[in-house]
Design a protein around this ligand. Sequence first.
Ligand SMILES: C[S@@+](CC[C@H](N)C(=O)[O-])C[C@H]1O[C@@H](n2cnc3c(N)ncnc32)[C@H](O)[C@@H]1O
Length: 234
Amino acid sequence: MTSSSQKSPLKERDLHETDKIGKEFDEDACDFCHRYKRSGLSRSSKLLLDFIMQEGVLGRSVADLGCGTGGFSIELLKEGAETAIGFDLSSRMIDSANDLAAANGFADRAKFQVGNAAKAELPVSDIVIMDKVLCCYSDWSPLLKNAIGASRAMVGFIVPRDDGIAKLPFRLGVRIVNYFQRRGGNIMFYLHPLKHVDRTLSDSGFAYRRKQASRLWLVFLYSRVQSSNLTPNR
Ligand SMILES: C[S@@+](CC[C@H](N)C(=O)[O-])C[C@H]1O[C@@H](n2cnc3c(N)ncnc32)[C@H](O)[C@@H]1O
């Protein structure tokens, strides 16, 4: 998360959070895209991909919230998902995602668009993912609830490793990072309460399935308890 903006920090701070997120990630879009082209998904994203593949991907629809340059959706399409739709606040991320989908031969099955995933009307999809997105957005509850409402079968997400022995050093690190982010008028990094995240999912009929830590991240998969209305897994 960098900022090479010409505007004064004061003006930056006045921007609405979603504008700030979009603007800041616009600057990262090239890096994200090159990284994916060079080395594919990150280790934590691969863990989530594995979790989802174990539940079944073939013929399923995907909603990728905070999709960035769309690498996760593209990998799911390669594994047999039928369609993918992605939302992101950064227009440059979205442009890269659509280019990347076309370059991989998925132009007709993948669509990425600019939008706030916490408020946008999301198409109902079998698999809803948020790969390192909740930590970028202050208001986790509407974002998660919108994701849950759009999911027929699975909700997968990756959040910072605010858990176990990593908890204290992580919290200290985030405080330091946020001190400098705030001073620069940049976006914050959020550690949302995992207990409440879990309760929101379980109250909405989703059961915890899998969790695994990578060095910096926690990867979660939940699935709908009664999933009789799933698109058939061909
Ligand atoms: C750390 S990046 C991760 C991108 C991608 N999921 C990946 O793992 O490569 C977080 C992304 O979430 C997007 N984002 C954050 N809050 C969002 C929201 N409320 N709606 C849509 N996108 C959001 C940002 O614009 C950014 O592209």
